[in-house]
Write a protein that binds this ligand. Structure first.
Ligand code: NDP
Length: 328
């Protein structure tokens, strides 16, 4: 019997293992146009924490007791969709399970970029696209800019660092701990801030003595304060995520918000799905940088469907370098 994770109870604060249940699901016969997919790789992403709350947002909450969803990559093992024959490798959104039945028109065949399948859940997938459009479109970052990016050793952040370097920008990345900071430096960052080693406001002021033109925010909290204080005239902030508050919902301090007035700072939030129709631009440029040897990638892999909650929770304790994945 196929199995899937469901949400048993809505977490308050950091989720616990007991909030999740691994249940057997029906292996229903295929309807016309459907495909059966054996999932090989499953994604865990910070935004899934928001879906565990019963609140209206840009994606609906997970229903209690129902299989959860998320990015997944697998192989078609049975097909009633002529355009998606058995053996096709596809990406789809019925993750958190080992087998999925999906309408053939709701799966995407993996582009032929010469990278391993799992990369399409990370640098060559949704997180990479977030980095690309967030940096180049939302923040309108240019070669002469000094860019600060938080969670720089994660899936999105590590890609921001490398795209910014490929475009000739100066980059400062923050991450938790010496090992992660060393990795961010190895990706080409000009300076790094270990936010766990001391006050991030002071550390950024030291790392960016001339200030910053762009802030790519993955964290919120003190990082956003630090970026506001360091911002130069006409700085642009792409607000991508605020993982610092996903579990406790604590209010943002925004001690230096008044800086936006004098420095004419533009602050813009975005959701990557706004840019999906422009995926071809992302694949074109990423394929080019890959061929030029300008992109490195790392994945932190947990093995087995049973590991999903642990992998997910690891996102909030810095358990991943690069993209966090589960191999089924
Ligand atoms: P990551 O791979 O970056 O994993 C999360 C990382 O965040 C952890 O490894 C940890 O790294 C860091 N972190 C966790 N808690 C804190 C904290 N309290 N303070 C500082 N750092 C913390 O995840 P993603 O790359 O997938 O996502 C990064 C951000 O982008 C998230 O906020 C996510 O919600 C957002 N996002 C937004 C999208 C959009 O469309 N707007 C789309 C995709 C992602 P460390 O060890 O360095 O602390």
């Amino acid at each position: 019997m196929p199995r899937a994770w469901s949400l048993k109870s809505r977490p308050h604060g950091m989720p616990r293992g007991s909030d999740f249940a691994l249940v057997e699901i029906d292996s229903a016969p295929l309807g016309e146009g459907e495909v059966r997919i054996a999932n090989r790789w499953l994604s865990v992403d910070p935004y899934m924490r928001g879906r565990m709350n019963d609140v209206k947002s840009y994606v609906p909450p997970f229903a209690l007791g129902e299989p959860m969803q998320g990015g997944a990559i697998g192989e078609v093992v049975e097909s009633r969709a002529a355009s998606v024959p058995v053996g096709t490798k596809v990406q789809h959104m019925l993750g958190w399970r080992d087998e999925a039945v999906v309408p053939g028109d709701q799966v995407q065949k993996l582009p032929d970029l010469g990278v391993p399948d799992e990369a399409f859940l990370g640098q060559f997938g949704m997180p990479g696209m977030t980095a690309y459009f967030g940096l180049l479109e939302v923040a309108d970052a240019k070669a002469e800019d000094i860019v600060f990016v938080s969670a720089a050793a994660g899936a999105v952040g590590s890609t921001v660092v490398q795209i910014a370097k490929a475009k000739g920008m100066t980059v400062i990345g923050s991450a938790g701990g010496a090992d992660k900071c060393a990795w961010v430096k190895s990706l080409g960052a000009d300076a790094v801030v270990d936010y766990k080693a001391g006050d991030v406001v002071r550390a950024l002021a030291e790392a960016a003595p001339k200030g910053i033109d762009v802030y790519f925010d993955n964290v919120g909290g003190d990082h956003l304060d630090a970026a506001l204080l360091a911002a130069r005239m006409d700085a642009r902030f792409a607000i991508c995520g605020m993982i610092d508050i996903y579990n406790d919902g604590k209010p943002q301090s925004l001690k230096y918000l008044a800086k936006v007035i004098g420095a004419r700072i533009a602050i813009k939030g975005f959701i990557v799905s706004d840019y999906m129709a422009r995926a071809a631009e992302f694949y074109r440029d990423m394929g080019g940088w890959l061929a030029e040897g300008k992109l490195q990638r790392e994945e932190t892999v947990h093995d087995g469907l049973d590991a999903m909650p642990d992998a997910f929770l690891g996102l909030f304790t810095g358990g991943n370098t690069g993209k966090m994945l589960v191999r089924v």
